[in-house]
Design a protein around this ligand. Structure first.
Ligand code: PLP
Length: 392
């Protein structure tokens, strides 16, 4: 078995062989067929690459080949965004009358699918505290079809016991989906713990350069075929250029994650000591209440952490205003360090009550980029000092 850095460079070579060392961009909406039989085959081949770009394109198939290899799954597919991936998957796998279990701490868009979209379609949902494995078991009903987990979760960095949730789901014939955006397959491979389908906001670490919106799903071919069928109807197709950029970003994922892991841990350690901060959430810290579980299923802890400021909403907002290298932005996972105030950002996706439950007002989410560690530490400590000075 080649290593992960080799896989990211070579796993797509068989997909669309071409003498060009850098794969060409197939900037075409459609492909021609040699005869009627080939045409009929293209029209029905799941996750194909030579019929019509909404059905699949060589640039999609190249990304999918690399991602499936990295996640250790049979197959993978790409979508136009992370939200396209989860919404398409959920629409493919549930019907009116079914029940879905999700987490209380989860990305705002996923929370809105669970709290707003699915109930409108007659699908009931239960949100549980992911730190309590038995809460998943208690939430299971005879109608439960899916369990959606996210670990570490956005923005509280809570951990889900992947093996325990996958095992209980299998015992009840329930499909599991894990959002692996924060960890990436470099730090955590949910399929190794029997999770069925892994999904990503490929906008984040997989692409890594904050210049593409994309999503991805990886899992058994049989389940992905069902999701692909629905994707023909939702039509959230990734453009060939964006798929090409995503592959280009993916090639350096192992290099980038090494630095993100380093910077994330260093920042978490530095901020945990600061008097303006009451709590730092980062699974790599020995003080994280679930550190042992995190270390048992992750090989690195990523670049994202969150910090709660003792001065609440105003202090969190003031901290962001004093940062120099961290830009105030909603994204994460790129080479640039970004910081956000989740209580403000989640407003587009959830109501005020839904936010208060999930996101403390004094919480700041930091996404460490690949800059020099010392510069990022100096930047955050200077900004935290300024928050304290302003209050005295
Ligand atoms: C950003 C994000 C998403 C949504 O992905 P988009 O590409 O923005 O649609 C889903 N899950 C997590 C954890 C995210 O950070």
């Amino acid at each position: 078995m080649p290593g992960r850095s080799t896989v990211t460079v070579h796993a797509d070579r068989h997909v669309h062989p071409d003498p060009a060392v850098a794969p060409p961009i197939y900037q075409t909406a459609a492909f021609s067929a040699a005869d009627g039989e080939a045409f009929a085959h293209g029209a029905t081949e799941p996750r194909g690459k030579g019929f019509y770009t909404r059905f699949g394109n060589p640039n999609h198939a190249q990304v999918a080949a690399v991602l499936a290899e990295l996640e250790g799954t049979e197959a993978a597919m790409v979508t136009a965004s992370g939200m396209a991936a989860i919404t398409t998957a959920v629409l493919a796998l549930v019907s009116a009358g079914d029940h879905v279990i999700g987490q209380k701490s989860t990305y705002g868009g996923t929370a809105s699918v669970l709290l707003n979209l699915l109930p409108r379609l007659g699908v009931s949902t239960t949100l549980v505290d992911q730190r309590d494995t038995e809460a998943f078991e208690r939430a299971v009903t005879p109608q439960t079809r899916l369990i959606l987990v996210e670990t570490p979760s956005n923005p509280l960095l809570h951990i889900t016991d992947l093996r325990a949730v996958a095992d209980l789901a299998r015992a009840h014939g329930i499909i599991t989906l894990a959002d692996n955006t924060f960890a990436t397959p470099l730090n955590q491979r949910p399929a190794e713990f029997s999770i069925d389908v892994v999904w990503h906001s490929a906008t984040k670490y997989l692409n890594g350069h904050t210049d593409v919106s994309a999503g991805a799903l990886a899992g058994p071919a049989e389940i992905l075929d069902r999701i692909w069928d629905t994707s023909l109807l939702t039509g959230a197709t990734l453009g060939p250029i964006d798929a090409w950029l995503l592959l280009r970003g993916l090639r350096t994922l192992p290099l980038r994650m090494t630095r993100h892991n380093l910077n994330g841990l260093a920042l978490a350690q530095a901020l945990a000591e600061h008097p303006a901060v009451s709590q730092v959430n980062y699974p790599g810290l020995g003080s994280h209440p679930q550190h042992k579980l995190a270390a048992s299923q992750m090989s690195g802890f990523g670049g994202v952490l969150s910090a709660e400021f003792t001065g609440g909403f105003e202090a969190a907002d003031a901290f962001l205003g004093h940062l120099r290298y961290f830009q105030r932005s909603a994204s994460l996972g790129g080479i640039e360090s970004l910081a956000v105030h989740p209580a403000s950002m989640w407003r587009g996706m959830l109501s005020d009550e839904q936010i208060t439950d999930a996101v403390p007002p004094g919480l700041v989410r930091l996404a460490a980029g690949t800059e020099d560690t010392a510069d990022l530490i100096a930047d955050t400590l200077t900004a935290a000092d300024a928050v304290l000075t302003a209050r005295t």
